[in-house]
Design a protein around this ligand. Structure first.
Ligand code: FES
Ligand SMILES: [Fe+2]
Length: 399
């Protein structure tokens, strides 16, 4: 039996150092805790909002809404090939500049009084500008920090981030750059709105405890099996604010003929050899605060959960592909893979929202996490450290 089929219970020293106490329930539904998370985390952390394949040439742009900050972000690629990000806000009187979520255009004209901006951010022209009391060069769009790693575009609403993206991601950078996502030219996408806190939603995808109950129909993604019914991972890793796991692989997965056909089209070698031997085939990376990625070659999965409010979130699931599909079977393989991801997700959604409804009642002061839910505990611990530090700074008048 190779390493992929062995597993360990996660009682490592590092895991135990996070403690075993119950976790307070309030942070999973209370507005005041969310307000602190928004200020101490989401407005000052690198957040994935897209991929460079959406901006394949100069002139392309995308717009993304960050509801938690009431912000709309315009990301452009200009003639110099540089990717820039701006607040999608006209500097005249604040009108939202671009109303579509993507396109190709090298200038943007405000719908209100016609101020026109270059995709590098400068104010290019404005009707009757002589009558203003300001210089054009002082009217550029307001820039937002943006950096790219492995093709993924991250923004940071902090005007001067304390850390660049590469330092923030640390050892993941080299690993991610070897993944298909770094070379992706297209993707399949599924966006969902969910009536649940961002941590509660995200946590569902950090534990395998639920797989055998919620995904009995869809098979638990090969991460559970007779000899490992609870899907204990091969190992966990803790990397500052981030965390990883190696997902256990069922040595005798039950695959339908359709699954075999579809996955075989994505990885021709799959039928001859265990394609999950791929170096990152069972790797799972969770980066702070709200992104995770799975290296499975048949589902090159990137998922982030963006908060909207304390009890509402928007999730984006993408499967990133390299090159266009070249024939109908490959197309089928990709579509099938995405449909399967959606199917599994629809099983999750019901219980996540039910958990939120229960928590909203305030009936529980605490929730309980077992050893296999250690990644949830790690996220909560890291979030709470930042929230408490921010609260302290607020009380001391430092922010
Ligand atoms: S608000 Fe944009 S041109 Fe007036
Ligand atoms: Fe699930």
């Amino acid at each position: 039996m190779n390493e992929l089929h062995q597993y360990q219970k996660p009682e490592s020293a590092e895991a135990l150092a996070l403690g075993t106490d119950p976790v307070p329930a309030g942070p999973y539904y209370q507005d005041d805790y969310f307000a602190l998370e928004r200020e101490s985390i989401f407005k000052r952390t690198w957040l994935n909002i897209g991929h460079v394949c959406e901006l394949p040439e100069p002139g392309y742009f995308i717009v993304r809404e960050l509801d938690f900050a009431n912000a709309s972000i315009l990301v452009t690629r200009a003639r110099d090939d540089v990717i820039r990000a701006f607040h999608n806000v006209c500097t005249h009187r604040g009108t939202q500049l671009v109303a579509t979520d993507s396109g190709k255009r090298s200038t943007f004209t405000c719908p209100y009084h016609g101020w026109t901006f270059n995709n590098t951010g400068e104010l290019r022209g404005a009707p009757d500008f002589e009558r203003f009391y300001v210089e054009k060069q002082d009217c550029g769009l307001h820039e937002v920090s943006v950096e790219v790693c492995a093709g993924l575009i991250f923004v940071n609403l902090d005007p001067s981030p304390t850390q660049g993206l590469r330092d923030f991601l640390g050892p993941f950078v080299d690993q991610w750059e070897q993944l298909p996502v770094a070379r992706a030219t297209t993707y399949s996408e599924y966006v969902y709105e969910i009536n649940a806190n961002w941590k509660l939603t995200y946590d569902n995808f950090q534990e395998n405890y639920h797989l055998r109950f919620i995904h009995a129909r869809s098979g638990g993604g090969g991460a559970v099996g007779e000899e490992n019914p609870f899907g204990y991972p091969i190992r966990y890793g803790f990397h500052g604010d981030h965390r990883t796991q190696e997902i256990w692989s069922n040595p005798s997965p039950v695959l339908s003929d359709t699954q075999k056909f579809a996955f075989g089209k994505l990885i021709p070698a799959l039928m001859q050899k265990d394609a999950l031997q791929h170096p990152f085939g069972r790797s799972y990376w969770a980066t702070f605060p709200n992104l995770f990625m799975i290296g499975t070659p048949t589902q090159p999965f990137v998922h982030y959960v963006m908060p909207v409010s304390a009890r509402k979130s928007r999730g984006v699931i993408r499967l990133y592909w390299v090159g266009e599909d070249t024939n109908a079977s490959e197309r089928f393989g990709r579509e099938f893979s995405m449909t399967m991801a959606r199917d599994v997700h629809s099983e999750d959604r019901r219980v996540i929202e039910a958990a939120q409804r229960g928590l909203n009642s305030g009936a529980l002061e605490h929730i309980h996490l077992q050893s296999q839910e250690v990644l949830l505990r790690h996220l909560f611990t890291r979030v709470d450290e930042k929230v408490q530090a921010y609260k302290k700074a607020l009380a001391g008048g430092a922010v």
